[in-house]
Ligand binder design. Structure first.
Ligand code: NFE
Ligand code: MG
Length: 571
């Protein structure tokens, strides 16, 4: 029995440590620990709820705008504000393009190198790579000359001895199984995707003023002025033409590069449909409305819960059943410690009680993470693309049903293969394809609203705090790239009394709860084979399949407790 420590887990956002017990070459137990503290919920106290989104958006720069969206929705819910239809569409476009960019970046830049051996790409025959590329896709960059050029570029990096973005990989590890030619194909697309995502996210520059952290959200809508006759309006006919082109190019990139690559790589690693299964409980709040943003029946991704892998039933989501536990987290709660707290009663009272560095292992029987442990109806849940595809499939959502059935048919496999590491990767790719196919439709809807004079993007009805009730609460939900995201706000007078965010990676990467139930990463790592404990590539495969973001999950650590900066409240 050996205890393995992976710290830090790289190619993620934030600081994550995995401790895993090995027995007979397999993981017999695992612990997931967020090793950074952030205090955004605390910073929000006493601030104006209309500006909360600007602060919460700084929870993360990877999923960037998702916390702005959840925040304005929470305050809109508390104040009873409906948003204009054109604001709904602009929000769908900003969030949808975030999801498409985020999934492509995850596949190529954060996850592919767990499956693709960059060093082996140097041994490939570029002519063979070219013929593979042309057999699986119409993507035009597929000539022998092109792949020769990519190979020369990679060789230049390797020969320089400065591996840069390819440093510290487990190159040559026996678990890499792709033929050299497929490695070269994937490395080429790694570089293409890097360039593509930078161009595509101009969608945020146009509709949000900048990326990351778009600046055009408002409680009550958006500040993206819309005017068909005004060249200086954010949204005018020229903008529509530009963002339509971005949406078309995104769909093409996903269809011609991302999807064929996933389909080319997956069969070579098909045993990974049998590892990384995890909890089997899935939660999706649902999102991307075609009408009223509060009405789940208008959502592209359905709302629901699937328990114990039973896709014959989708259970409704009851927000009152969400709680967070801190029995194994470095926080204190007032009152009975074994109880979970609903976010409306939630507290963020940090108290590090772990070992002083340097230490060998965390005290995993006590407290061991900066993540809380969220539970739904006292059960741990997986959230994210797989949860959305499972809930959507079980609910019979037509786009999801068609996409999932298509892949299962191609693999000649039952839906149960989805409950796995590779299933998570496939679900993310399918979801990205569905989302990329929806963007042009939303651009058309926006153009149509503009043509019909529906140019309002902001509802000012509750802008003046004198119109607010003296005390109120609200919650806002979003399906962020990594999963179900919720913000809960309590407003008293004209200021925030309490603010709690329960975030996708907190659900997936959180520690054990009062009953000792494992979180999603911890459960998914069980039975994972580890060929070489000094190079735990297989652990990375499963953890990365969730696309961890610890900055989000914990919402600047200084071991000595020094103050970095003091941020004044603006009255
Ligand atoms: Ni920081 Fe995030 C997403 C949110 S993850 S990336 O997607 O919310 O927990
Ligand atoms: Mg929180």
């Amino acid at each position: 029995m050996a205890r393995l420590v992976v710290d830090p887990v790289s190619r993620i956002e934030g600081h994550l440590r995995i401790e895993a017990q090995l027995d007979g070459g397999k993981v017999s137990d695992a612990w997931s620990a967020g090793t950074m503290f952030r205090g955004i919920e605390i910073i929000l106290k006493d601030r104006d709820p209309r500006e909360a989104w600007i602060w919460t958006q700084r929870i993360c720069g990877v999923c960037t705008m998702v916390h702005a969206l959840a925040s304005v929705r929470a305050v809109e819910d508390a104040l009873g504000v409906d948003i204009p239809d054109s604001a709904r569409i602009v929000r769908n476009l900003i969030a949808g393009s975030q999801m498409v960019q985020d999934h492509v970046v995850h596949f190529y830049h954060l996850h592919a190198l767990d499956w693709v051996d960059v060093a082996a790409a140097l041994k490939a025959d570029p002519a063979k790579t070219s013929s593979i590329a042309q057999s699986i896709s119409d993507y035009p960059k597929s000539s022998t000359t092109y792949f020769k050029g990519v190979q020369a570029r990679v060789k230049g990096v390797v020969d320089s001895g400065q591996l840069s973005l390819f440093a510290s990989g487990y190159w040559g590890h026996p678990a890499y199984k792709l033929p050299p030619e497929v490695n070269l194909l994937a490395v080429a697309h790694y570089l293409e995707a890097l360039a593509w995502q930078k161009d595509f996210i101009r969608m945020h520059a146009v509709l949000g003023g900048k990326n990351p952290h778009p600046q055009t959200f408002l409680v009550g809508g958006m500040s993206t002025a819309m005017d068909p006759a005004e060249p200086f309006a954010v949204i005018n006919p020229e903008t529509i033409t530009f963002i339509r082109k971005l949406a078309q190019e995104a769909r093409k990139f996903v269809e011609q590069v991302y999807i064929p690559d996933v389909l080319a790589v997956a069969p070579i690693y098909k045993e990974w449909f049998g590892y990384g299964e995890g909890l089997g409980n899935f939660l999706s709040y649902g999102d991307y409305s075609s009408g009223n943003q509060k009405d789940p029946s208008t959502f592209l991704f359905p709302r629901g819960v699937v328990l114990n892998r039973d896709i014959s039933k989708v259970l409704p989501v009851d927000a009152s059943k969400i709680t967070e536990f801190v029995n194994h987290s470095w926080y204190e709660y007032s009152g009975a410690h074994g109880d979970g707290k609903h976010p409306f009663q939630g507290e963020t009272i940090p108290n590090y009680t772990g070992p002083k560095p340097p230490f060998e292992y965390l005290e995993v029987d006590k407290k061991y993470s900066w993540l809380k442990a969220p539970r739904y109806d006292n059960k741990p849940m997986e959230v994210g693309p797989l949860a959305r595809m499972v809930v959507g499939y079980a609910a019979g959502q037509p786009d999801i049903k068609k996409a999932v059935d298509g892949v299962l048919k191609a693999l000649n496999a039952p839906p149960t293969v989805l409950f796995s590491t590779l299933g998570r990767i496939a679900a993310r790719a399918l979801e990205c394809q569905i989302m990329a196919s929806k963007l042009e439709g939303w651009v058309d809807e926006l153009a149509s609203n503009m043509a019909h004079g529906k140019v309002s993007v902001f509802n000012p009805v509750r802008w003046d705090p004198d119109t607010w009730p003296s005390g109120t609460t609200g919650y806002g939900w979003h399906e962020a790239p990594r999963g179900a995201l919720g913000h809960w706000v309590e407003i008293e007078g004209k200021a925030i009394k309490n603010y709690q965010a329960v975030v996708p990676t907190t659900w997936n990467g959180g520690p054990r709860d009062a009953q000792g139930q494992r979180g999603a990463y911890e459960a998914a790592l069980l039975k994972t084979p580890v060929a070489d404990p000094n190079r735990p590539l297989e652990i990375l495969r499963t953890v990365h399949s969730f696309d961890p973001c610890i900055a989000c999950a914990v919402h600047v650590v200084d071991a000595k407790g020094r103050e970095y900066t003091r941020i004044p409240r603006v009255d």
